[in-house]
Design a protein around this ligand. Structure first.
Ligand code: DC
Length: 196
């Protein structure tokens, strides 16, 4: 909720190039893991599951995993509270990074995600690290939850706490933590409009 998806989408539309929301990919995998009750503590099961994963984006950038459109389902709070745990699993990251590099190397692309400038494409031409205050992000997250029809979006305080906890988990994990690349330009969107 720093504004990175909105910005990435806007920039990609303006430039007429692909937009890849890598957070949606981790969310889609998390959705399937919950839906099919996959035991992520068992490495063999995770490996077997990953070998079946087929993911693609359609022309309106809806995300499909194994044939299902999960675009709306993956924004719900149930997924947000589990996605950090799932995205910290190295085998899952490896598979997602493979797909991201494949899509990103087919042509010009705006990729958004926590490890794009540091791990996935460290030689990217332009890198931006987008931040916003916790309060601004919690407000935006609440609006997003309402938009996707989440019946239990929770109140501001809970959304704020979950967001801070998720940041902490994403920034302190062993593999590819959320981190600004040394050569990224930092943009604070707290008081910026989308256009700005
Ligand atoms: O940007 P988002 O909130 O949709 O991302 C959801 C989660 O996916 C986030 O908590 C961490 C994970 N993620 C990641 O580990 N690496 C990425 N490149 C993108 C997202």
């Amino acid at each position: 909720a720093s504004g990175k998806s909105t910005t990435a989408k806007g920039v990609s539309e303006k430039l007429g190039i692909t937009h890849l929301d890598t957070g949606a990919m981790y969310r889609a995998v998390t959705w399937e893991i919950i839906e099919f009750d996959i035991d992520v503590s068992d490495k063999n099961i995770v490996e077997k599951y990953l070998s079946t994963v087929k993911m693609y984006f359609d022309s309106s950038n809806d995300i499909f995993i194994n044939g299902r459109n999960v675009f709306k389902k993956i924004r719900k709070s149930k997924i947000s509270s589990k996605v950090s745990e799932i995205s910290a699993i190295p085998k899952i990251r490896k598979k997602m990074v493979e797909i991201q590099r494949d899509i990103g190397s087919r042509g010009d692309c705006v990729l958004e995600g926590r490890d794009i400038g540091t791990v996935v494409f460290p030689n990217a031409d332009f890198k931006f690290f987008i931040i916003a205050s916790d309060e601004a992000r919690a407000n935006r997250r609440l609006d997003d939850l309402i938009k996707v029809g989440d019946k239990n979006p929770g109140d501001f305080k809970i959304v704020l706490e979950e967001l801070i906890l998720r940041d902490h988990k994403d920034s302190t994990r062993d593999h590819s933590p959320l981190k600004k690349a040394d050569d990224a330009l930092e943009i604070d969107t707290t008081h910026l409009s989308i256009y700005e």
